[in-house]
Design a protein around this ligand. Structure first.
Ligand SMILES: Nc1ncnc2c1ncn2[C@@H]1O[C@H](COP(=O)(O)OP(=O)(O)OP(=O)(O)O)[C@@H](O)[C@H]1O
Length: 273
């Protein structure tokens, strides 16, 4: 009974703001983009510049913890400087709470592209796309952070380019996983993904690649389900990079090792008739 009441209460106080509402006398809400575990993100218009922006507010039901996580996220976003990673435009602090104002990336997520638009990727297209995405991932690593949430809903496809969003789980290399994360989400992670290390981000990159490669997979009638190695017809170099990403072979200790092997795999595919 208590859990039920608590859920009703949380849904009531987290009820999204309405289109037309004005935040901090500046950001006019258009629509709700999504409700995450600790924040609500809205598409807004900045009344000063006329620009579209994404505004992320803490969920009222998560109070201080959500504000703390958002502040962290803002601190990390400030340290990024890449045209395909949204810029933090402002961090608004006021007595009723705080929120983040980010560059809005219009487009569709890779998840929507694959599952709603049924977009398919060949092996070659997947490699070319991954090389672009890895450029953003290497930027994050070079700045001393691990993203830790590289997944298809966190990649926005705009004008043929992948944009990497959502730094809510990112940590600095060597930083300890804080209790706040452990309670919120980390305990659900596979052991291969728990370390704050390059190979954990690359493990996620491996999954993302599998989603892209499975987009053109068509099971034969009566075919029993198998592993990705059994189901996907992959060229040996692509299979090998995936096995390294999944730590079935010696893992990559640096993202650039993976990029080099991916480039090599692309060259070999080009040589094929
Ligand atoms: N800068 C941005 N530009 C465009 N869309 C964005 C931007 N940031 C977030 N979004 C979109 O807003 C929605 C909510 O994102 P948000 O990061 O708040 O939560 P989430 O990813 O759904 O959940 P969680 O934070 O629990 O992982 C998602 O659909 C995401 O694609």
């Amino acid at each position: 009974m208590f859990a039920w009441l608590r859920n009703v209460y949380q849904s009531w106080i987290d009820y999204p703001k309405q289109p037309g509402d004005l935040l901090s006398e500046r950001y006019r809400i258009f629509s709700l983009l999504g409700m995450g575990s600790y924040g609500l993100t809205y598409l807004c218009r900045d009344e000063h510049s006329g620009q579209e922006v994404a505004v992320k507010l803490p969920r009222p039901s998560k109070r201080a913890k959500a504000a703390q996580l958002l502040r962290r996220e803002g601190d990390i976003m400030c340290r990024m400087d890449h045209p395909c990673i949204p810029k933090l435009l402002e961090r608004v602090e006021h007595p009723n709470g705080m929120f983040l104002v980010m560059e809005y990336i219009s487009g569709r997520t890779l998840e929507e592209l694959i599952f709603e638009e049924e977009r398919t990727f060949t092996e070659r297209e997947c490699i070319v796309y991954m090389l672009e995405l890895m450029e953003r991932v290497l930027h994050v690593h070079d700045r001393g952070y691990m993203h830790r949430d590289i997944r298809i809903p966190n990649v926005i496809h705009r004008e043929g380019k992948p944009y990497l969003i959502d730094f809510g789980l990112a940590l600095a290399v060597g930083e300890r996983q804080e209790d706040i994360f452990a309670e919120a989400m980390l305990d659900k992670r596979a052991p291969e993904r728990q370390d704050v290390a390059v190979y954990s981000d690359l493990y996620d990159v491996g999954h993302l690649m599998l989603f892209m490669l499975y987009s053109s997979y068509e099971p034969q009638p009566d075919q029993p389900p198998g592993s990705w190695q059994e189901e996907l017809e992959l060229s040996p170099p692509v299979r090998r990079v995936l096995e390294r990403l999944f730590q079935l072979r010696p893992r990559y200790e640096h993202g650039r090792q993976f990029v080099l092997e991916l480039e090599e795999a692309l060259l070999q595919l080009k040589d094929q008739p």
